[in-house]
Design a protein around this ligand. Sequence first.
Ligand code: PNS
Length: 183
Amino acid sequence: MIAIYPGSFDPITLGHLDIIQRGSRLFEQVIVAVLRNPNKMPLFSVQQRLEQIRLSTRHLPNVEVDSFDGLTVNYAQMRQAQVLLRGLRAVSDFEIELQMAHTNKTLSTQIETVFLATSNEYSFLSSSVIKEIARFGGSVDHLVPPHIALEIYQCYNHNSPISNPTTTEAITPRKSIPMDQEA
Ligand code: PNS
């Protein structure tokens, strides 16, 4: 069975990677699908995100990384996938995720949404949280793979993150980048 794991992944987090890793044990193939969304101002281009995710999942032979636009169910049908995989972090995710699953069901009865509960240690984690920490000079080394942490620091023009912000002044970002509310 083929599963699509759709999302913005701006950037991919250890929480997303946890879902991908566990999904890869449940399904024959997991296709991580990055939405090309012209309405959002992302930190990373789609191409950068594809490369980040490919590098982070290269140890998983049944994981493919791709991008798509339009409706997720149309992309899933095009890829002959039967499942949309989504992670659930907390009750706050549930309402929007259930609405999305119901909407997708009205668009295609053939495709099922399967939720995996995010592992406890990542239940607070989102791409937005990561961007906020990095924007104010904090360390995200424990939240994303090392190569992505470096790229994030470069975006915010600082190379030496503060690992203990309680003892040090926050770094003022030189570049102001709008934040999205994606997972
Ligand atoms: O990582 P995100 O931003 O929570 O992912 C949301 C995503 C990309 C899965 C969702 O916005 C989506 O499926 N967009 C494509 C358009 C679509 O299919 N809409 C109908 C379902 S609400």
